[in-house]
Every structure is written in C-alpha cells, then in structure tokens.
Design a protein around this ligand. Structure first.
Ligand code: GLN
Length: 254
C-alpha cells in the first residue's frame, strides 16, 4: 500500500516535466524533484535554442535520458558555471551538469559520477593574432571565466609568462573580449570553442595542442545525494548499452 501511494505521488510530481520517465522507481527517489544547475552558455553541452526557447545540448540530453531511464524527476537551472558550483556547495542545488572537468582538487568538495566525455583546454586568440604560443602572451591581457579549468591554467603560467588576467562570467563575453581586442587570449575547452567558431562564425582561432585532457562528470556536494550519483552512473551505463548515448553525441556532431 505504501509503495503504491508513493508511486502515485511520483506520477503527480511528474506532470508537466518533460524529463519524467517510467523507469524503475525506488522508495528513496520517488516524489522528489531534484534541482540540477548548469552553465548558461556552453554549447554544445548546454545552450539556449532560440527557436524553442529551451536549453538543449549534450549535457541536457544525457541528463534527460538518464532521468528517464532511472525514473527520477528534476528541474534544470541554467545559471552559469561558477553559480552552479556555488549552488551545489550551498545546498541550493542537488547536483550539477555543466561540462565540468573531474579533478582531484574538486573531489575535495564534490562527488563525481563516472566520466561521460573527455576534453581539455586550448589557447584561443583572434583570427588575425600573431600569438603562436603561450610565451607570446607576455605583457598581454588574458580573459578568464571564473571557476574554470581554463582559469586555473592561465593562473598557473601567468607569473612565468608575465601576463595579466581579466575575469568574465561566461564563455560568450570572454570570446567577445578577444574578438574586439580588449583581451589577447583565453584558455577554453576545445570542443566548446571549436563549436562556437564553427557555428557562430567567431573571429577566433585555436593555437597549439589540447592541455590537460580529462573526463567531464555529473557532480553533487561531497558526501551528499549519493543516490543521485548512483542513478546517474546506472543510467549512463544503460544509455551507453542501448545506443542512446551515441545518438546524443551524434546529434551534436560527435
Ligand atoms: N571543463 C571546464 C571546467 O570544468 C569548463 C566548464 C565550463 O565552463 N562549463 O572548469
């Protein structure tokens, strides 16, 4: 009786949520709507589709497929990368998916799912820039996006190369600062900046090789929402086995 009741409640909670699935529900997760934060502009992982006015992308589709497979309800808030990390740490969010690199440093404050994509950072400059390597950034200004691996990398070589860093909230404002000459360069995830150069016709180019390639993971606050990590991992395995994961990546050109 108790079980039937909670399943009914779960289906009530799911009304209006495109993400709701009919997969196996457990006593623990039924009825709860998880709050998941994400970046606000990080194509092809999450970006606003102006024709439908909804957020789409690899992360959005993987999350939807995993939630459907595991039968949990969620809502996404696309607030930006640093805001998402803050929301998870403060308990405002249950989890985040935002092209987030799994690192040992972040493991001190986050628990991560298994990896679902691999990428690293790359040097980005204006198309007509003469910068051919990191050492050419000497005396210049480098754009950084708060809280990201690109920022960590820029900070780690800044003293040696001798450049200044300028903080931005999101990827598009960082790109604009380079396009209009306010800043000389940034370090951005390769697949993201390549997508922007190609699909948004940006006046930028990448220089050199990928730096620190690592896995992206879904994250929760360390020690909390362990059931969400388990469901994400189980769902990820299932959508890989069913071919859905490959379909999602193919949809975005991978
Ligand atoms: N992968 C990078 C990181 O984890 C960038 C993520 C992002 O900007 N959304 O820092």
């Amino acid at each position: 009786m108790k079980k039937i009741l909670s399943l009914e409640l779960a289906s009530v909670m799911c009304i209006g949520l495109a993400s709701c699935g009919t997969g196996t529900k457990t006593e623990e997760n039924s009825g709860k709507t998880y709050v998941i934060y994400s970046d606000n502009s990080f194509a092809p992982f999450e970006y606003l589709d102006s024709t439908t006015n909804t957020y789409v992308g690899v992360d959005m589709d993987i999350l939807a497929a995993v939630a459907k497979d595991q039968g949990f309800a969620y809502e996404v808030k696309n607030e930006g990368f640093d805001a998402a990390m803050g929301a998870v740490q403060s308990g405002q969010a249950d989890g985040m998916i935002a092209g987030m690199t799994i690192t040992d440093e972040r493991k001190k404050t986050f628990d991560f799912s298994d990896g679902y994509f691999q990428d690293g950072q790359i040097l980005v400059v204006a198309k007509d820039s003469k910068v051919a390597s990191e050492s050419d950034l000497s005396g210049q200004k480098v754009a950084t996006k708060i809280g990201t691996m690109g920022t960590d990398y820029a900070e780690s070589i800044k003293a040696e190369v001798g450049f200044e860093t300028v903080n931005y909230e999101d990827s598009p404002t960082m790109y604009t600062a380079i396009e209009n000459g306010t800043n000389a360069a940034c370090f951005e995830d390769r697949s993201v900046v390549e997508w922007a150069i190609k699909n948004e016709n940006l006046n930028l180019k990448t220089v050199g090789e990928v730096i620190n390639p690592k896995e992206y993971g879904f994250a929760v606050k360390k020690g909390e929402n362990a059931e969400l990590i388990k469901m994400f991992n189980d769902g990820l395995k299932n959508i890989k086995a069913s071919g859905e994961y490959d379909k999602i990546l193919a949809k975005y050109g991978y």
